[in-house]
Design a protein around this ligand. Sequence first.
Ligand SMILES: [Zn+2]
Ligand SMILES: [Zn+2]
Length: 441
Amino acid sequence: MPAASLHSLFTIDRFLGLFCLILTTPGFAQDVVLRSDQLQHWYRGNMHTHSLWSDGDDYPEMIATWYREHGYQFLVFTDHNTLHNQEMWIDVEKSKGGLQAFRKLTDAFPTDWIQTRETAGRTEVRLKEFDAVYERLATAQEYILIQGEEITDTFKRQPVHLCATNTRELLPPTGGDSIVDVIQRNIEAAVSRRERTGEATLVHLNHPNFGYAITAEHLMQIVGEKFFEVYNGHPSVQNSGDATHASTERQWDIVNTWRLAKLQLPVMYGLATDDGHDYFQVEPHQGAQPGRGWVMVLSDTLTPDALVMALEAGRFYSSSGVTLAEIHQTSKCLRVTVAAEPGVSYRIDFIGTHTGFNDVSLPAITEPENVDRVTRCYSADVGKVFKSVEGTVGSYTFEGTELYVRAVVTASRKHPNPSQIGDFECAWVQPVVVSNTVPGR
Ligand SMILES: [Zn+2]
Ligand SMILES: [Zn+2]
């Protein structure tokens, strides 16, 4: 990415705004309490959703209804290289959802809502555009829909996918000369568009372990956005890695250690999303079902711009089942309070890396031609568990030499509908930068 383009983001106004934000937002070790009160609320949302507009198997109004009825306050549609903003007809029977999806649609919505036509003896149905679905299903300050897109790119047949949240113009994939170049060019295109339109579009990198395409070494270099999916509910994305490949959580620690200690880049945040495609599976674990991973965003209002600003300020946590009552950080400590459920116990792990860590790393595989395609093996100093607390409140006092500290809460209860069998319900608290010596925070 040309440096000038990024720097031009920071006009004086924006710089001043950013400066104020830094003084009052998480991500830095200072006194910040994330808790619902009269002024701000937690809003639950899914930021990665597919529908019949691409390769999901249900109609957008049915999906929006599902999320509304399951306790969400916002939903971002992110179909592959597609916005819901044009006339689109699909064959009722041949569509991915087939007659099953159509029958459910006709059961749920009146006939004057559903538009069909006959073409060459086939029945087609028109997909509803975003604005129509919004008007029908959104309620101000209760539940909103956000137009987004999964920018679906590749490099040498390896998938490079980024979700753009809150965009009204299509961002076509840019391609590029390497994995990092593809990611960076797509981000640059989104940043440029954001500068031009003023639309608060948030870009995040999806499922790094899908096809094991993206390594921690790729991710740590990314400039201009600071979100990736630490949890993605699709069963093919290998959040946990394998014997050779680092898990997404391990990558998160490697990435943040290097960004803070070596690369003078901001800390990266971890999102949980569904990546829902399959809305008719009834057995747990089968397919990419909705409701597996989400974000809880603390905001004073429920609008796309406010949610994006809160996310960018780190005022959120990610979850696959655990609800938090409060995240309290001061210059001295990080404290996490769980909104405990009866019969469930919790472990709170505080994880980070100290300055002066052992920075030696080794290739994870021996074949020289593929050595850059697998995250390297790093020392146990990187992403170390500093403290574990059994209970519903956990606090970690900073020693002052940590680059960052984050927390993960793991429930004793297994995820009721996991993408990976055996997953427990979790919450991921975003990293807090601790050491005052870290440049480029
Ligand atoms: Zn994807
Ligand atoms: Zn997806």
